[in-house]
Design a protein around this ligand. Sequence first.
Ligand SMILES: C[S@@+](CC[C@H](N)C(=O)[O-])C[C@H]1O[C@@H](n2cnc3c(N)ncnc32)[C@H](O)[C@@H]1O
Length: 478
Amino acid sequence: MSGMKEGVVKIPISEIYLDESIYPRETIDHRRIAVFEENLRDGFEFDPIEVQVWPDPENPAKVRYRILDGRHRWGAYKKTGATHIEVVIITLDQMEPILYAAQMAIGPKQLTEAETRNTARRAFQSDPRLTSSEIGQAIGRSRQAVDKYIADLRATAIFDLELKIFRLHQLGIPQDRIARRVGLGQQRISRYLRLLPQIAKGVNTDLSKGFTVPQVAQKHGWPESLVWSQALVKADDFDRFKALQWGIRTWDVWNFMECDPRFGDDWPGRIPAQLVAHILYFFSEPGDLVLDPMAGGGVCADTCLAMGRRCWSLDMDDRPETRPEIEPWFWDPEQEWDTRPFFNTREKPALIICDPPYFDKKADAYAEKSISGLSKTEYLAFLERFLRFLKQISRKNARLAFINADWRDFQNCPAKKEDQGQAILLTDYYEMFKNTGWTLTHLIQAPMSSERFNGGVVAAMQKKKILGVTSRYVMVLK
Ligand SMILES: C[S@@+](CC[C@H](N)C(=O)[O-])C[C@H]1O[C@@H](n2cnc3c(N)ncnc32)[C@H](O)[C@@H]1O
């Protein structure tokens, strides 16, 4: 690569591609490409085109180079049959790629009015935190012009943001954490929080007129769980169950065949909202703070909204748009989270609902490094440490609802031949509770549906004397 300008590298032209989503122009100027091609054949040298390292749209695991500036030069090089061309690889720290591309494009030839408007809208959609002045500067328009281009988008974004803040606040998440989660300063959050009564007004008016919760949720674009939190604000636990049409089981077998689709996302290892509601009913009070340290599809937070509890949810899987209330948190078996303060707050949960992934089960369904991928010894060591930590961070007299099941390696193996060395049974957890200072107060059966074994599988199991597991337990501890 001798003799090249600093920052300039030569790469195969086939590795470069045009990403329409960040290309500010609506059309390609073929005359311009033809002129450039002639210039190249005459030996004219162009500035290198600018590219950004970016995943291949066809194969995201592979990295290629997308064009930020020089689409016409790239076209001309291809026409001359060049196999490699010089490029400058640009790293964009703060700037939206489409704004950078637009800024570069307006140098040689102004964007049309439609192109400018479109670019502003696409930039705002990629990052709603961009101000109109920032966008305007990049595309060469005034702040007022940009305001007009994006007025409708901004209204939707503000609505989404207000709703997120409202939801996080209803769940009892402190302001500093709400601010961090939605990427705004704490002052802006307090301002939004002052507007809260206003935000809920329309919803409450419709509820008082007798519209149903699903109708109101649909009309106002609110999640149903949040509407329930308003509709049931004055109800006691008993009336909440009635309104939600859940029968209260007053015995220790809680078998719910279906997950209630109104609460929580479809998620590997999802537990029914009815199960969460029963834990809340018997082991917490309205207004209590609940902690769900491995929150998955968010069923616990949703149910807490409907049941008038506050809830902090954590998970290694981060979905800031759809599940802003689940704060990203990785319990790394190799890190020292148990010796550091847990959040910057004195408040401690009154109830912890802990639904860890079962050992080895669904290891492929969760993110890499989930604890379900650990070996048996590591898994047990992790949970013991985790239980000790949960004791440390919860209130005196707090309850822990620990959900788990026997794990036996029964796949394809007759019951008598199973390897006990590989199994984890409830008795192993009992040992752990003793070691970590928790006392078992209730053992509740909450079996999984036996429909997980379909007819064909059952027939094969019958022939081979395979004994599967459908039992699941809520172990309540003090
Ligand atoms: C059984 S799922 C929880 C399901 C949830 N109760 C529901 O009904 O949707 C267990 C969750 O633990 C999370 N998880 C596993 N290992 C983790 C770790 N080391 N740190 C944080 N989260 C972890 C997984 O991402 C998964 O969402």
